[in-house]
Ligand binder design. Structure first.
Ligand SMILES: [Zn+2]
Length: 230
C-alpha cells in the first residue's frame, strides 16, 4: 500500500468529518497516531486521537482508525470503522468470504464479504452476530414469517368485522400456505371461512371454491381413511 492518503491529509489543518449517525469527528493537523504493525507484509494500522462532537454539542475524546495503509488479504473488503457499532473487540478492519454451516439444513454456505459489510455497516448489527442460516433457509423463514403476519392481520380484521368476505378468503389462503409448509394451521376453521366468503360474495365464489378444494385435500390427507370429511 502507498502512503499517499496520510501525507496529503496532514497538511490541511484540522480535518472534519461527519459520520453516518450525525456526529462530527475532528482531527487536529498535528495529531500523532499510534501505529500498530499488522505483521510482515500486512501493513500498519494508524489510530489517531480525535474529538467527537454530538448533535447537541457535547464533545469527548475518541479515536479514529486509519486503515489506508493496511494490506488486505486477496478479495477482502476494507471496513469502515465509523459505520460500525463497535464492540469490545474493536472495529472490523476488513471482511473476507467465510464458510459457515447452516443451523437449519446443515449445508455449508458462504457468508460473503459484501454481505458482512452490509450487516455491520448498514444494518449496524452487533459484531458478535453472524449469519446462521444459508440464503435459501433465510428466504424460507422470511416468507413463513410473512404468512404468519398475513394470518395475524386477517384474524384481527375478522374479529372486528367477521363478515368481510375478502378477509375471510385471505385468512383461509394464509392458513392453506401455512399448512402446506409446516403441517400446522386450523384447516376446519379455514374451510368455514371460504364457505362463508363464497356465500357473502358471488365475485369471490370461484376463488373461494379453489381454496376450499385445496384445504379439503390437506384435511383428508390428515385423517384416517374411514373418517368423514367436512
Ligand atoms: Zn440452510
Amino acid at each position: 500500500m502507498s502512503r499517499r492518503n496520510s501525507s496529503k491529509k496532514a497538511q490541511v489543518g484540522e480535518s472534519r468529518c461527519t459520520l453516518p449517525d450525525g456526529r462530527v469527528m475532528l482531527r487536529a493537523a498535528d495529531a500523532v497516531p499510534q501505529i500498530h504493525s499488522m505483521g510482515k507484509g500486512k501493513g500498519v494500522l494508524k489510530i489517531y486521537p480525535v474529538t467527537m462532537i454530538a448533535a447537541d454539542g457535547r464533545s469527548w475524546a475518541s479515536w479514529d482508525w486509519d486503515l489506508s495503509e493496511l494490506v488486505l488479504p486477496p478479495g477482502a473488503i476494507r471496513g469502515r470503522p465509523h459505520h460500525q457499532f463497535i464492540g469490545y473487540g474493536g472495529p472490523k478492519l476488513w471482511y473476507e468470504d467465510k464458510e459457515l454451516r447452516c443451523v437449519q439444513c446443515g449445508e455449508e454456505f458462504t457468508f460473503w464479504a459484501k454481505e458482512q459489510q452490509y450487516w455491520y455497516e448498514t444494518l449496524h448489527f452487533n459484531h458478535a452476530s453472524e449469519a446462521i442460516r444459508c440464503l435459501e433457509c433465510r428466504k424460507q423463514r422470511r416468507s413463513l414469517k410473512m404468512i404468519h403476519s398475513r394470518l395475524g392481520v386477517a384474524m384481527a380484521t375478522l374479529s372486528k368485522n367477521p363478515n368481510d368476505a375478502p378477509t375471510l378468503l385471505e385468512a383461509a389462503s394464509a392458513t392453506l400456505e401455512l399448512h402446506r409448509r409446516t403441517g400446522t394451521g386450523d384447516l376446519e376453521r379455514a374451510i368455514g371461512f371460504v364457505r362463508k366468503a363464497a356465500r357473502l360474495s358471488p365475485q369471490l365464489k370461484a376463488a373461494a371454491e379453489r381454496v376450499e378444494g385445496a384445504l379439503k385435500g390437506l384435511f383428508k390427507s390428515q385423517l384416517p381413511a374411514s373418517s368423514v370429511t367436512p
